[in-house]
Design a binder for this molecule. Structure first.
Ligand SMILES: NC(=O)c1ccc[n+]([C@@H]2O[C@H](COP(=O)([O-])OP(=O)(O)OC[C@H]3O[C@@H](n4cnc5c(N)ncnc54)[C@H](O)[C@@H]3O)[C@@H](O)[C@H]2O)c1
Ligand SMILES: O=c1ccn([C@@H]2O[C@H](COP(=O)(O)OP(=O)(O)O[C@H]3O[C@H](CO)[C@@H](O)[C@H](O)[C@H]3O)[C@@H](O)[C@H]2O)c(=O)[nH]1
Length: 329
């Protein structure tokens, strides 16, 4: 039997692949390599280059490889891009997830673990950490495209012998502490990635989007979760589905946040680089503050994070960014 990882050549998916290998699982990856890299997939893992929306491909792989669980990471992930290209996002994140799900039902795959997002909540009503039963009011086509897949999963699991976990990630950052993989997309827009690139002079400067928010230092607050703790949560979710068959929707975050300026300060301190930071206007669509209530994942899965420390997250991100420079030259 094997475990299928869609998007396994991407940032989070490649960490999942290593986590599964570390646990002794057989792994197969489907990735079309739009933002992922073939070299990010370990040599011992079969990489099927193709699209999860291709019914022939997704019809074949689960049957031929005896797939007993799917981790579904493949998708489009840039919130502002989804605003200008909503149909592209509904196609890649919703329509193609439907094709994959149908193939899983047809092949009798019992367990499905889905990459959802904090963007399903939109801007929370209060500054308190947001729990899973909060109102679901996505503010972008990206968030809606993910919520629609959550809904498809719920309804499919009610009708077929398939169970699922929807894991709603907050801000994923950092890299494999052993240096085996990391965030490799050169034009990624995520704060910690951008700041580490500025620290290593891969960018001439970075910008802080908005300094007049109603927060202590005027910049937005996010809950940054180390990618290794995130993939640990995924593996626990798989064990939970295998053991209990109970569906689960859970936030993945630590339960406390950091402002943009705090992140920038930590990157400067850890890197020892005084890179230029320009204060800029607010970026469209940014929530002021969003932090996870993570009680459910801790209680139901017994999840205990090991890297709940911004300095460690930044250190690992910097180490990977540095290693990438050597790979690119
Ligand atoms: N990075 C974050 O902070 C974050 C937060 C919340 C949710 N997520 C979700 O996690 C998942 C992984 O994100 P990531 O940061 O690793 O992004 P990524 O872009 O690094 O990885 C996505 C992978 O999917 C592949 N892919 C995209 N569309 C595909 C398709 N139609 N068929 C086959 N392969 C396809 C890409 O080539 C890439 O390798 C996404 O679903 C994203 O929405 C990410
Ligand atoms: O160069 C930069 C990049 C970001 N930011 C700010 O940093 C914060 C975090 O931004 P970013 O790292 O782009 O993440 P988010 O926009 O919060 O979105 C991420 O986190 C969401 C979950 O919270 C996921 O759904 C998304 O896929 C993922 O991109 C925001 O206030 C940004 O305005 C800057 O000031 N300068």
């Amino acid at each position: 039997m094997s475990v299928l990882v869609t998007g396994g050549a991407g940032y989070i998916g490649s960490h999942m692949v290593w986590r599964l290998l570390d646990a002794g699982e057989n792994v197969v990856v489907i990735d079309r390599l739009s933002t992922g890299f073939d070299w990010a997939v370990p040599a011992e893992v079969e990489l099927v280059v193709g699209d999860i929306g291709d019914p022939e491909l997704v019809g074949k792989v689960p049957r031929e490889r005896g797939v007993s669980a799917v981790f579904h990471f493949a998708g489009s992930i840039v919130v502002p891009e989804s605003v200008t290209d909503p149909l592209g996002y509904y196609l890649n994140n919703t329509v193609k997830s439907r094709a994959l799900l149908e193939a899983c039902v047809d092949a009798g795959v019992p367990h499905f673990i889905f990459s959802s997002t904090a963007a399903v909540y939109g801007t929370p009503e209060t500054a308190d950490p947001v729990a899973e039963d909060a109102a679901l009011r996505p503010e972008s086509p990206y968030g809606t495209s993910k919520l629609m897949t959550e809904t498809m999963l719920r309804d499919t699991a009610a009708a077929h012998p398939l169970n699922y976990a929807c894991l709603r990630y907050f801000n994923v950052a950092g890299a494999d502490p052993a240096g085996r993989t990391g965030q490799s997309t050169p034009d990624a827009t995520h704060l910690i990635k951008v700041a580490t690139q500025a620290a290593l002079s891969k960018r001439p400067y970075m910008q802080v989007f908005g300094t007049d928010y109603p927060t202590p230092d005027g910049t937005c607050i996010r809950d940054y979760i180390h990618v290794t703790d995130l993939v640990d949560a995924h593996y626990l979710a798989l064990e939970h589905l295998r053991a209990t068959g109970e569906n689960l929707t859970a936030n993945c975050g630590y339960g406390h946040g950091h402002s943009v300026l705090e992140v920038v300060d930590v990157v400067k301190r850890v890197s020892g680089s005084e890179f230029e930071v320009r204060m800029a206007d607010r970026r469209a669509g940014d929530a002021v503050s969003i932090v996870a209530n993570s009680d459910r994942i801790r209680e139901r899965l017994g999840w205990k994070p090991h890297y709940d420390d911004l300095e460690k997250i930044v250190t690992h991100a910097l180490n990977w960014e540095d290693a990438l420079s050597r790979r690119n030259t």
